[in-house]
Design a protein around this ligand. Sequence first.
Ligand code: IMP
Length: 191
Amino acid sequence: MKIVFATHNQHKLEEVQALLPPTIKLLSLTEIGCTEEILETASTLEGNAKIKANYITNTYGYDCFADDTGLEVTALNGDPGVYSARYAGDHADAEVNMDKLLANLKGISDRKAQFKTVVILNLNGKQSVFEGVCKGEILSERQGVKGFGYDPIFKPEGFSASFAQMSMEEKGRISHRGKAIQQLVQFLKSL
Ligand code: IMP
């Protein structure tokens, strides 16, 4: 069975492929010749994941899954949420986004936050949704250099290290994306 993972990130694709039986072969967007940008114009994570998965299924005819992730900060009413990648502006990088988040939380003692990943799967004409959440808190300054995005300022609940101080395997076991993908993998294995 061939399924498209709606990503250009070969590294992400290989991580998920390694969890699946060899009978399920994942294809990246590059492999199916999809080079056009798919605009994520929805106001929810689920909406954006649907846009990506449906675009691939409708345009290229493949079964497909797509993910979308956001960091939801309680004291900021769930921001940056669906806008996590462009919190400080359309071309903002992770450093600028973290600076903005730390500035907005300055002097605020409620540091609770969670990462959420939503995965939408289009398979055999049916759509399924999988969700993974990782609860934690926003640190007052950066800790660690691994990972990406907001990892240096996010400390998962029950741990003393930030995501940026964990190995990829350790983070993958407890992370939002890891949890959502594990559910997807269980579902695909059960077919
Ligand atoms: P995406 O939907 O996976 O592209 O994630 C959207 C944005 O959320 C990214 O650009 C990052 O800023 C942030 N993000 C997603 N996953 C993580 C993570 O595991 N650690 C830190 N930041 C993340």
